[in-house]
Design a binder for this molecule. Structure first.
Ligand code: PBG
Ligand code: ZN
Length: 321
């Protein structure tokens, strides 16, 4: 084997090479912020005021990043997440300013309620046989409204992250009815109930006041259920599937890759924070670990990788050329 691993031949035979177009940069837009606010548990990441996102996206574009995923933190929250489908809401404003500043940027929006509900859950809550829980069918209408309002503001791809049964079909129908048959759906189709979302909940102010998300997200041990979740979303009309988190779930990613449509992997806030923290201590080399983690996510089958390292990676890829 070592004949082909010689220094001259080796680069010619590399199977997976990370490219800038593999990457999606998540961005937090905060309606209550007047200047950029650092996120303590995610060093290097910020919450941006809506007026800044155009400029931030210009920077990403100049670095070679071609897609962003927008999250919003609204002024006000309520039990029904009414801020989430407000045409003057934080994400709706952000979409318009990104489109204006960087017309070619692919704008993906997170479609969920947890940043907009006072209780912090991903939809409408109500009493069930097992106590208070997310009400599936009642929450679908809310997701339709959010997705349509994002489409109306100019989103290219909507990404429902609530893990409600039937949400992809419901949103597809709503978008088509309103004349947005060209807006794609990237479903967070296989989302695990992971402990790695901790920093995100600080970043997006979306931590729940009671309970947990285990009644709507998949248990980390359940592979069969995880694959079935993505198969159902494919049937319902998803254009892109997703596995989240990425690094611990590469076996699932490899299997979902075989379903036949593009698949995204989300390297989540906890994965980011772990790398950052160990690097800050000098225990690992940040760049090397990041490049390895992303290359392996690609090798497992991801067509797109959502990562908070996107901007850094774009810079590192330039250095290598
Ligand atoms: C909201 C949402 C979450 C993430 C993306 N969208 C958090 C959650 O489900 O609790 C996590 C992203 C990350 O940790 O980076 N539904
Ligand atoms: Zn949510």
């Amino acid at each position: 084997m070592r004949r082909l691993r010689g220094r001259l031949i080796q680069p010619l035979l590399r199977e997976q090479v990370l490219q800038k177009t593999d990457l999606v940069a998540p961005l937090f837009v905060d309606q209550t912020a007047h200047s950029q606010r650092p996120i303590a548990s995610m060093p290097g990441q910020y919450r941006y005021p809506p007026g800044d996102v155009g400029k931030i996206c210009q920077g990403l574009w100049d670095a070679g990043i071609r897609a962003v995923l927008l999250f919003g933190i609204p002024n006000e929250k309520d039990a029904l997440a009414s801020g989430a489908y407000d045409q003057e809401g934080v994400v709706q404003q952000a979409i318009r300013s990104v489109r204006k500043a960087v017309p070619g940027m692919v704008i993906i929006t997170d479609v969920c309620a947890c940043e907009y509900t006072d209780h912090g859950h991903c939809g409408i809550m109500g009493e069930t046989r097992c106590g208070p829980d997310l009400l599936n069918d009642l929450s679908l209408d809310l997701m339709d409204r959010i997705a349509v309002s994002h489409a109306l503001s100019g989103a290219d791809i909507v990404a429902p992250s609530c893990m409600l049964d039937g949400v992809v079909q419901s949103i597809r129908q709503a978008l088509d009815q309103e004349g947005y048959s060209d807006v794609a759906i990237m479903s967070y189709s296989t989302k695990f109930a992971s402990a790695l979302y901790g920093p995100f909940r600080e970043a997006a102010d979306s931590g729940f006041q009671f309970g947990d998300r285990t009644t709507y997200q998949v248990h980390p041990g359940n592979a069969r259920e995880a694959i079935m979740e993505s198969m159902l979303d494919l049937d319902e009309g998803a254009d892109i599937l997703m596995v989240k988190p990425a690094g611990f779930y590469l076996d699932i990613l490899a299997e979902i890759r075989t379903l036949g449509i593009p698949v995204a992997a989300y390297q989540v806030s906890g994965e980011y924070a772990m790398i950052k923290a160990a690097a800050e201590k000098g225990w690992i080399r940040e760049k090397d670990v990041v490049m390895e983690s992303l290359t392996c996510i690609k090798r497992a089958g991801a067509d797109l990788i959502i990562t908070y390292f996107a901007h850094d990676v774009a810079g590192w890829l330039d250095e290598e050329q």
